[in-house]
Structure formats: C-alpha cells, structure tokens
Design a protein around this ligand. Structure first.
Ligand code: SF4
Length: 170
C-alpha cells in the first residue's frame, strides 16, 4: 500500500537536531533533543533543519558562549539576513504546494535564535536573537507569517505543551 505524505512540516533551529553545534558548555543532550524529535516523528511531521548561523559564520565548533552585542556586527547580521532569505524561499516552496508549515522553532536565550528571551549576565531579559530579527524583517517585507516559537531547553515541559497545542490545532 502506498504511504501518503502528511504535507505537514516544521522548521527547527539546527541545534535542536544536533547539539554538537552549540557553543561549548551549552549542550543539553549528546545529539538531538530526543523529546522534540519523538514528538514530531509520532505526529508524522517532517522536520526541516535550519542552518546554524554561529557555526557557519561566527566561531565554528569550538566557540565559547558570548552575548548578543558581541555577535551583532554588520557582517554577521548580513550573513543571518541572507540565511533568512533562503529560508523564506524554502518555506514558500512548501506553502505554494499547499503544505502546512506549522512553524519555525528558535531557541531561547541564544544571541542568534532566541524568540523572546536573552541572557544579560545571570539574568534572563526580553529580546530576540539576530537571526530571528532578520527572519521577522524578511517576513514583514514579504508580507507573510509563519508562527515562530521559542524552545526553552531549561523548561522543556512548557515548550512541549505549546507544541502539543500547535500540533493539535494546525
Ligand atoms: S546559533 Fe541557533 S542553531 Fe546555532 S547553536 Fe545557537 S541556537 Fe542553535
């Protein structure tokens, strides 16, 4: 019997599927974040791995964590912008064929991929990462919207609840 594709996909920050890419000391799992991988696999949702801007454009595999202001250079922002443009083209490819793009998953407190929270010293403060800012700018310019959800790897339970309702209602 032929298997039908679900026509449902979610775009995820690179390190959700590959914690080898995070800055040194920020690992939360040896490989993927298993809970999220299993959640989407069980729901039959295709997982599209976004690029890791820090790995590719700012520091490579052995980089140490640093705050947003240290990342926020003209050239890094331009690299994030061009990755955001490519990503939107990919999303558009799915949307144009009536696939359901459930959302884009960022990672809270990352200077690049945070959606709502950054770190200032030891405190969490409101703010977005550079890649997410550029992605939102590009979406505004192109006049379309896909939900962007911040994964909180320090409180995966609250993230799982949000994602379960996303899976249920979209
Ligand atoms: S830049 Fe984004 S994808 Fe790369 S490690 Fe940080 S949160 Fe993950």
């Amino acid at each position: 019997m032929a298997i039908e594709r679900s026509k449902r996909v979610i775009f995820v920050a690179h390190c959700i599927l590959n914690q080898n890419a995070v800055s040194v000391g920020r690992e939360r799992a040896p490989g993927p974040i298993r809970e999220l991988l299993e959640l989407f696999a069980e729901a039959g949702v295709g997982i599209v791995q976004m690029p890791c801007p820090q790995l590719e454009h700012n520091g490579g595999l052995n980089r140490k964590p640093k705050p947003k202001e240290k990342y926020d250079t003209k050239s890094y922002r331009a690299a994030c912008r061009s990755q955001a443009k490519l990503l939107l083209q990919q999303i558009q490819t799915y949307l144009s064929k009536d696939y359901n793009v459930l959302g884009i998953l960022g990672v809270e407190t990352s200077p690049t991929c945070a959606v709502h929270q950054l770190i200032n010293g030891n405190r969490n403060v409101p703010g977005k990462g550079i890649f997410i800012e550029e992605l939102e700018n590009e979406m505004r310019a192109k006049n379309f919207q896909v939900p962007i959800i911040g994964v909180n790897l320090n409180n995966l339970f609250s993230t799982m609840e949000k994602l379960q309702s996303l899976l249920k209602y979209s």
